[in-house]
Structures are given as C-alpha cells and as structure tokens.
Write a protein that binds this ligand. Structure first.
Ligand code: HEC
Ligand code: HEC
Length: 353
C-alpha cells in the first residue's frame, strides 16, 4: 500500500504537473489527521473510548432494547443507516436522514441544523428523542447501574469521581469514542500531500470544477463542510420533494426570518458511501445531488461532463474506514429494567399514509 507520509516531500516539488492545482486546493482544504481532539479540548483516554464504544453499540440504551446508536449510524456503511429518514422507537419514521458521525468531530456544530454545540451535547439527544431511543436519563442510569460491568467501566473512565455513572459522563464517553471515528488517508488526502498518482485525470478535472464552480465556498476545510449555515435554495428553491415544506431548518431554533430553510453545509467526506442525500434523504444518486446543488446554491446548470467529473472527484474523499471491534457488553442482572413493550401506533413522527 502506498504511504502518503513517505511521499509527502513531493508536495513542494515545483515541477509536478499538479503543482498549481495542489496549491489552489491547499488554500481551501486540509487532510484528515489520524488522531483528532474534540473542540472542547476534553481529554480522550483509552478507558473513555472503550466505554463509549460499549454505549454506542448497546441497544439497551433505548427504552425498547431495540435501538443502539449503531442502528442508525452503522460504522460498516459509512456511519449511516442508508434509509431515506431514520426508523426509531416503535418503528416510527423520523423526519430527517441520519448523517454520518464519521469525522463529525471536525464539524463546528452537530445536526443538519447545527442545534447541538458538540458531540457530548448531541449524544444526549437521541437517547431521549421519542422517534429514536425514547429513553429517560433516569431509566438509562438505572440500566447502567444495574450492571457491574458498566459501573466498573465508568469508574475506569472517570477516575476519582465519587459517582461516575451519570448522564453527563455517558455523553462524554460517547464523545471520546466518536472522536476516534475519523477516516484519514483518502485518495484526495494522499494527492494533497504530494502523490500525483493518487487521483485520476477525471478526478483532478472534477476537483478543478468543484473549486471553479464555487462548491468550495461552502464545502471546504478538513471536512469539506460542516462549518457554516446557508439557505438550502440560496439561488433557486429545490423541488419540494427534496426540500419538504414543513422542515424549515435553523428557523426552528432562531425564529429569525432569514433562517428559513437554512441548514449546515453538509460535510462531504465519505459522501460516496452515505446515500441517500440531503436532510430529506430523497436523492439516492450522487450525481443528481451534485446537479441539484449547482442549481439550488449557485444558479448554475452543470454540463454533463462537469457533473460527472465532480462526482468522480467526490469519490476520492472516501477515507480509511474505522476498524472497530464490537465490544462484549456487560451482562444484565435481576435489577436491570426490562425492555418497554413496543407500541406500534404512537408518535407524531410516524409517516402518514
Ligand atoms: C433512530 C435513529 C437514530 C439513533 C438511534 C441515533 N441517531 Fe444519531 N442521528 C439520527 C438522525 C436522523 C440525525 C439527524 C437529526 C437532525 O439533524 O435533526 C442524527 C444525528 C447525529 C449526529 C450528528 C452528525 C452531524 O453531522 O451533524 C451524531 C454525532 C449522532 N447522531 C450520534 C448518535 C449517537 C451517539 C447515538 C446514540 C446515543 C445516536 N446518534 C442514535 C438518527 C439516529
Ligand atoms: C451556498 C452554500 C453551498 C454551495 C455553494 C454548495 N452547497 Fe452543497 N450543501 C449546502 C447545504 C446547506 C447543504 C445541506 C442541504 C440539506 O439541507 O439537505 C448541502 C448539501 C450537499 C450535499 C448532500 C450531502 C449529504 O450528505 O446529503 C452534496 C453532495 C453537496 N452539497 C455537494 C455540493 C456541490 C458538488 C456543490 C457545487 C456544485 C455544492 N454542494 C455547493 C450548501 C452549499
């Protein structure tokens, strides 16, 4: 396997035919580091990561005992569920597509509308969301405290704390685990570091078109997005199927008129793995998503070849997927709360027919 570090010196070689394109790209994008830190600066320790992995994979964190974080953010398929919008508690269909949590540590804020400041704050959401895991912090803590294996793991992860099994620490452990879910060494990153052969000619044309067309005004930085908010439909409103009328994005949070239909510029790392696209999950084909973006955000009709080239380029953003060993989870005891019966007919999130 090619090793980008070994060829990184080539980055400065002025006579590489890619030098100009690379210099332009290096102004806008960064490669993914092998180890990340949460923006909070909170320390990531082995014990916290191990506990976070257990919590991430444990369906008993949901009130029904059916849904884990992994149900909707499957690490084996790009950190998504590959459904249009997620299915959660009682088989309710939620309103939005499940975004990947791979590289989410690099986002300025979490969720399609950025309503959670960081991964720890985010992790408290799904556990309690009626259409996701439908649990309460009290029942979650009772579940964790009932299993000595968890009590030990919390003690190891939060040493010195008198009562480490808390909802806050649950969230901090998950944050630590998610911080390890990064995908370095994509072909684009290899190319950026100096390896001309890491991308094909078509992919390089696609990169040039991506920058020239203006995609990089919103999708740049280490995660190719995830930093700023823009109206979805800055120039032209997308089809109501793709941008459903009920979901007004950041307006729900800020109640400010100019935030109608404003969403976070989606991070595009591993985007070739994360269909279907947009917060509505209504577009399965990446090339179609690229065309929709050009129309909606830039008012541009891309030529067929350009759309194909940009799509090919986006494929180079697929990095090394995390190799995670499924942890063995603590065994239940007589005092572990029983899974709540699943009611099939509850909830507003249920798709109407
Ligand atoms: C029933 C499916 C479901 C479950 C279970 C679930 N999620 Fe999510 N997750 C989603 C959906 C849908 C969104 C987007 C919601 C939104 O933007 O309003 C999301 C968003 C996220 C994000 C934000 C990513 C980004 O780029 O903004 C992270 C991180 C995340 N979830 C982690 C978790 C963790 C950790 C758990 C377990 C504690 C979990 N999720 C459980 C469906 C789920
Ligand atoms: C003005 C800012 C802006 C520009 C310019 C822009 N985008 Fe986007 N992009 C966004 C926003 C905001 C979203 C989230 C839309 C939503 O709510 O689903 C998005 C979503 C996407 C998605 C869907 C990702 C996913 O995981 O579902 C793709 C793919 C994408 N953009 C590619 C592009 C390409 C290619 C270009 C250039 C042709 C481009 N974008 C130009 C702001 C922009």
């Amino acid at each position: 396997m090619a090793n980008p570090e070994a060829t990184a010196e080539a980055a400065g070689e002025p006579d590489s035919p890619d030098a100009e394109l690379r210099a332009q790209a290096a102004e806008l994008f960064e490669d993914i580091p092998r180890a990340a830190e949460p923006p909070s600066g909170r320390p990531v320790t082995r014990a916290k990561v191990d506990l976070g992995a257990m919590l991430f994979f444990d369906p008993r964190m949901s009130v029904s005992g059916v849904f884990s974080c992994q149900s909707c953010h499957n690490i084996g398929i790009g950190g998504t569920d590959q459904l249009e919008t997620s299915i959660g508690h009682g088989w309710q269909q939620g309103p939005r597509n499940s975004p990947t949590m791979l590289n989410a540590v690099f986002n300025a804020a979490q969720f399609w509308d950025g309503r959670a400041e960081d991964l720890a704050e985010q992790a408290k959401g799904p556990v309690q969301a009626g259409v996701e895991m439908n649990n309460t912090p009290e029942n979650l803590i009772a579940t964790l405290e009932s299993m000595p294996g968890y009590v030990e793991a919390f003690k190891a992860a939060f040493p010195g704390e008198e009562n480490p099994v808390t909802f806050d620490n649950f969230a901090l452990a998950i944050e630590a685990f998610e911080t390890t879910l990064v995908t370095p060494n994509s072909r684009f990153d290899q190319w950026l570091m100096g390896m001309d052969g890491a991308m094909t000619e078509q992919e390089k044309r696609g990169l040039a078109a991506y920058m020239d067309a203006g995609c990089s005004t919103c999708h740049a930085g280490v995660n190719f997005g995830g930093q700023e908010y823009y109206p979805f439909g800055l120039v032209e409103a997308p089809d109501p199927e793709v941008r459903p009328e009920g979901d007004v994005g950041r307006y729900q949070i800020t109640q400010t008129e100019e935030d109608q239909y404003v969403f976070r510029a989606a991070p595009l790392r591993n985007v070739a793995l994360t269909a279907p696209y947009f917060h509505s999950g209504q577009v399965w084909d990446l090339e179609e998503a690229v065309r929709i973006m050009a129309n909606a955000q830039l008012g541009t009709e891309l030529a067929e070849e350009q759309a194909q080239d940009i799509t090919a380029f986006l494929g180079t953003l697929t990095g090394e997927q995390p190799q995670v060993i499924h942890p063995t989870l603590p065994v239940r005891t007589g005092s572990t709360p029983l899974p709540a019966p699943i009611q099939q007919d509850v909830g507003e999130g249920k798709a109407a027919d």
